[in-house]
Write a protein that binds this ligand. Sequence first.
Ligand SMILES: Nc1ncnc2c1ncn2[C@@H]1O[C@H](COP(=O)(O)OP(=O)(O)OP(=O)(O)O)[C@@H](O)[C@H]1O
Ligand SMILES: [Mg+2]
Length: 151
Amino acid sequence: MKKILIPVDFSEPSSRAVAYGKKMALAFDGKVTLLHVVHDKMMYNDSGGLTAASRAPTVTYLGEMLEKDRADAMEMMEKYKEVFQGTGVEVECIVVEGSPADKIVDYVEENLMDMVIIGSEGIGSALRRVFLGSVANRVLHHVKVPVLLVQ
Ligand SMILES: Nc1ncnc2c1ncn2[C@@H]1O[C@H](COP(=O)(O)OP(=O)(O)OP(=O)(O)O)[C@@H](O)[C@H]1O
Ligand SMILES: [Mg+2]
């Protein structure tokens, strides 16, 4: 059984990656993992406060935002899970926090995934034309397993 990782940011291309992932899972007798990384970049931003005490409310607020993002992501992934209904394909949904490309690459290595199916673009492309998003680009260059880019 092949372990297929589909990183999702809920953009159109990532939805297409999920749809293609279904075909691949059926063809390869695959088990699918949907992974969303909640970007925690803002946690490191300086909130402007001079003392630890004055920064605390901002950090708490950002912590709540991360929790909200995590909950929203889980809900949206349940929708993606429906794509596989009736196929017999095993699907698990995972949400982690951190830098998206790094976390995706770590996940592939730590869990010995056999294949990655990823959108060539994501939510960032709505405002400008790119051929390959930065997350897709970094994943492509850093994992040692086959990567399928879905346009
Ligand atoms: N936070 C994330 N968690 C999981 N997968 C992601 C995440 N961000 C992007 N991806 C995956 O990478 C694909 C390409 O998105 P990417 O972020 O590289 O492009 P972009 O958003 O258009 O550009 P950029 O992020 O560089 O502004 C998405 O379709 C999705 O499959
Ligand atoms: Mg992006």
